[in-house]
Design a protein around this ligand. Sequence first.
Ligand code: HEC
Length: 199
Amino acid sequence: MNHTPLWASESFWKKVAIWVTAGSFVLLIVLTFDSMSKVQAGSRRVPAYSVINQKIDYRFDAQLNRYMPVIGGDEPLFDRPLSEAEAEALVTLGKKTTQAKNCINCHTILGNGAYYAPDLTKSWLDPNWIDAGNRENLMLAFLKNPPGNARTYGTGRRMPHLGITDEEARGVIAFLKWMSAIDTNGFPHNFKTLYAQEE
Ligand code: HEC
């Protein structure tokens, strides 16, 4: 006589294993599409590439209790408004340059990288650039010759010459500007711009 209760039977656990595997698989597919829709340019948190034609601000949102990018009026990069396709090409060139030159060996980009040098996620909004005005031209000069145009962070650390071409540097700046408009849930924490006001 066999009195094995249902929960201890082999067939019960086989069914459980099949249902859990199938359920997780479906959930994984749903979450993949959900994440993809959230990280794509042009979604709610990640703006379209042509956002580089606009002014980007960073303000404290009292309700959310964190800083939020605020996209404002016209402020084209290098005084030239770009189409969506042109903007995407430039931002992509910049992103690939940051990968080719391994910027995250020293910097952090969207949570990836090192903290030897300043976090680049919101560096477009760094008061050091805003304060001086004419931000993109200063950044351009800096990226093409970092030791010769060093910023003053008081760390004594210097960014080395990376042999970036003019076009690559423009791409990097477009990438940095676009990235600064991404809603990163307040990351990096404690980053404040000159104009940021707690309301
Ligand atoms: C060997 C380390 C190192 C590498 C690699 C490096 N940097 Fe830097 N970077 C630094 C240091 C150190 C500073 C701060 C000192 C300074 O600004 O003079 C800096 C500063 C910066 C700043 C100013 C940051 C701010 O918030 O104002 C930008 C922008 C920047 N780097 C971009 C880049 C990009 C883009 C790359 C890759 C193409 C790169 N860096 C690669 C070390 C590095």
